[in-house]
Design a protein around this ligand. Sequence first.
Ligand code: FPP
Length: 221
Amino acid sequence: MDGNGRWAKKRGLPRKFGHREGAKNFKKISRHAKALGIKYITYYAFSTENWKRPQDEVDALMDLFDKYLDQIDGFLKEEFRIRFIGDLSKFTPKLREKMRQKEELSAKYDSITMIIAANYGGRDELAHAARLAAEDVKAGLIAPEDITEDYLQKKLYTEDIPNVDLIIRPGGEQRLSNFLIWQSAYAEYYFTDTLWPDFSKNDLEKAVEVYCERNRRFGGV
Ligand code: FPP
């Protein structure tokens, strides 16, 4: 959801107003994704590196996150399954409990799974998976040669979520920024200069159309 800060700056507003607008757009785009038949949609809401931002911006993002966790109840009525990925231990007990509740209440739905990456970093996720593997070896449950791709995949935060088909990055930058680095090994990429608060339903459809025209070979011919 890149470009919130620049969206606000262009209007002479503090960055947090851009995040507020970005959060509104997250609701609109999620509903449209469901209408289009998309089964999984993941948002990079807060990265392991975002704590480096000025404290007032981090605080504003935490407040927004808290507020939207309450609003997620609307999505539950629409049968969205909600998941959170990342090192959630860094959030306050109140936020963690809200996240846990939303996951539990929505576990019965499968029309679309909405995944929110919060305090997420791809490298952090891989280091976490490596620690889990080391513990299994130490406990004598597996031997080092049992650590295969399939085994590690099951130790990721996304253990039961399919690999990524399409990465959409709005906001003009053309990089992955530590997002789902394992899961997007064979993803298609779609970059647009549109800032996230301006990213529209049409933009989502355009990205899906471009994706449908791609010829995915997964290393084959
Ligand atoms: C990137 O734009 C955006 C973020 C770091 C935060 C996105 C988070 C939200 C919209 C909060 C709510 C989230 C949910 C899931 C309810 P940027 O600040 O890097 O923008 P810039 O590149 O223009 O500076």
